[in-house]
Design a protein around this ligand. Structure first.
Ligand code: DON
Length: 288
């Protein structure tokens, strides 16, 4: 109720909606801008009044509505980010909701490539008694419905059909690459079925295309998984004429924003290890 009155006041300050017309861009613009401001103040001030002081009189005053209304440009959307800068968490350090991959190597050359997943939130929701960690829930990695292999990518073949005491087929691919018995690469990624192709791309970039490890992780990725019969390119990554050519060869092209999170360690000839974080996750780090 407070919020409704408040938004109405902002709108009234700017002009008569009836004159601007139902559904007109100007009317919708005013409604959007007042909704934006109303919700910002909702986030900033509102909650159980027994717990925090709400500046009700100010929020519902005509002066305050006037101040906010003066801020609205009639021909330009304002930025939610700029308006609420003081309460938005600016740091990008949030914990990913996804499966995690990390690669580790110690001074003696002992290495770990670890892809960790709970799959869904809280996994199977069972905590191992006395150990304090959750068990994951990988059940959806089984083929669920016998015979239901369809163009959308559901697989119903026998080998991975769900059954008691059976382990499901996973895509997680923590990887070591060795050359002449020497470790050269530790890598892996989250990303469900795309994991396999993310790892393929990083390994090929190093072993076939001679890229340095930073390039090998940064270069754009692509994914094809048989069905659906489409190739998914990281958007803005590949030159348009390359995509066009593939399209003309009959590939069904789709785009995805990002693929994988391939934290990688490259070990050079003299044994120096170089850690490469994947910039696709902004809070990732490589540390020594
Ligand atoms: O093996 C799989 O396909 C999944 N269990 C992996 C989980 C995963 O990568 C979820 N992703 N971001």
């Amino acid at each position: 109720m407070i919020r409704l009155r408040f938004r109405h006041r902002i709108i009234q300050r700017k002009g008569k909606l009836a004159e601007l017309g139902y559904g007109s861009p100007q009317t919708l613009h005013l409604m959007i801008e007042s909704m934006r401001r109303g919700f910002l103040d909702r986030a900033r001030y509102l909650g159980d009044p027994d717990f925090s002081e709400i500046p009700l009189a100010r929020l519902t005053s005509k002066e305050y509505a006037k101040k906010l209304a003066n801020d609205i440009h009639m021909d330009k959307a304002s930025s939610s980010l700029e308006l609420g800068m003081d309460i938005i968490n600016q740091s990008e350090c949030r914990e990913s909701e996804e499966t995690t991959h990390f690669s580790v190597i110690d001074k003696d050359g002992m290495a770990i490539s670890n892809t960790f997943t709970l799959e869904g939130g809280y996994g199977s929701k069972v905590v191992v008694s006395g150990a304090g960690f959750l068990l994951n829930n990988e059940m959806r990695d089984f083929n669920k419905k016998p015979g239901d292999t369809n163009v959308h990518g559901d697989i119903g073949t026998t080998a991975n059909i769900i059954a008691p005491k059976k382990r499901m087929l996973i895509s997680m691919a923590p990887t070591f690459v060795t050359r002449d018995k020497r470790l050269v690469l530790v890598t892996g990624s989250p990303g469900g079925r795309t994991i396999i192709n993310t790892v393929l791309s990083i390994v090929l970039n190093i072993t076939e295309f001679g890229m340095n490890p930073r390039q090998a992780v940064d270069t754009p990725r692509l994914h094809h998984q048989w069905l659906p019969d489409s190739v998914y390119f990281e958007s803005d990554g590949f030159p348009p004429d390359t995509i066009e050519r593939l399209h003309s060869m009959g590939h069904a092209v789709q785009y995805q924003s990002r693929q994988g999170d391939g934290h990688t360690i490259f070990v050079s000839h003299d044994g120096t290890a170089c850690g490469i974080n994947d910039r696709r996750s902004p809070d990732s780090k490589a540390a020594r």
